[in-house]
Ligand binder design. Structure first.
Ligand code: SF4
Length: 280
């Protein structure tokens, strides 16, 4: 098990740029073969700094929307990728994908060029902005992170940039779900809940918050992969064990996961509730 006394994320040469904004496909327990799109690319960039993030300590903590990767560059990278081998194209990469203000153009291009479904993994912090909600309406699957039921829990698990509150995320998600159902009835809204001993006591309240959003699917997870203590671009893929210093995180047990799944299912009878432990 890799470990280290390092306590501060540092850049590696891979973070200096010139890599592709498209990577994989990588295999995901949730969606199968997924081609990754990274619209941030140059460094880890997010409005959260989750305690379990596979990118390690986020280097650029921001909620600023702008073009980080020009659309033309993305299009070239996509055309040169193994996109035909993928079941789905996932926008996540080196941080929060909705910070890329060209995300709508990118979704449009993927649909037109490849006809592959598009999934967006978002932390929900930008959904209070109607322009962001409009930009992602055409995506086929939207997965919103939900790890807390209070602002104190949000600070513990996700450590957002200033100004982000649980209420701003939840009301943005609720508004998005209404607009999404109207504009894109085939679209699927998922919630991704990371559960650790840190937030285990909040699962009942989290299940209530989930019910207020009305997601189609709730995916329960626990951080089986260790927390990287350095950042490199490979962090954006699903690489399992890597030769970098990491810190093992405390996870919930399969029995706890089963109980949590029952709680979420009881409070969200119209949603499909899945668990990371479902495959044993
Ligand atoms: S929202 Fe995602 S990318 Fe951002 S810090 Fe959390 S896990 Fe990392």
């Amino acid at each position: 098990m890799p470990s280290s006394t390092l306590n501060k994320a540092t850049k590696t040469p891979a973070s200096q740029g010139f890599e592709s904004s498209v990577y994989g496909p990588v295999t995901s327990w949730r969606v199968g073969s997924s081609l990754g799109v990274d619209l941030l690319l140059q460094t880890s960039t997010c409005s959260f700094n989750c305690i379990y993030c596979q990118l390690g300590d986020i280097q650029l903590k921001t909620i600023e929307r702008k073009i980080y990767v020009p659309t033309e560059q993305f299009e070239t990278d996509f055309k040169n990728s193994d996109w035909e081998k993928s079941d789905i194209v996932t926008l996540s990469g080196s941080g929060e994908p909705t910070l890329a203000s060209n995300i709508s153009e990118v979704i449009h291009f993927i649909h037109e060029y490849s006809a592959k479904p598009v999934m967006i993994l978002t932390n929900g912090t930008t959904l209070a902005d109607p322009a962001v909600r409009r930009d992602i309406l055409n995506a086929d699957v939207i997965a919103i992170k939900l790890d807390a039921a209070t602002d104190a829990g949000l600070q513990q698990m996700n450590r957002p940039v200033a100004g982000v509150t649980l209420q701003s995320i939840v009301s943005g998600a609720q508004a998005f779900q209404q607009e999404y159902k109207a504009a894109n009835p085939n679209g699927k809204l998922c919630l991704q809940c990371m559960v650790m001993p840190t937030n285990l006591a909040s699962v009942e309240a989290m299940a209530d918050v989930a019910a207020s959003i009305g997601a189609d699917e709730i995916q329960l997870n626990t951080p089986k992969r260790a927390y990287p203590l350095v950042w490199d671009l490979d962090s954006r893929g699903n690489h399992g064990e890597r030769d970098i210093p990491t810190r093992t995180l405390r996870v919930i047990t399969p029995d706890e996961a089963r109980e949590i799944q029952e709680i979420f299912t009881a409070k969200n009878p119209n949603a499909t509730v899945t668990s990371v432990y479902r495959e044993g």
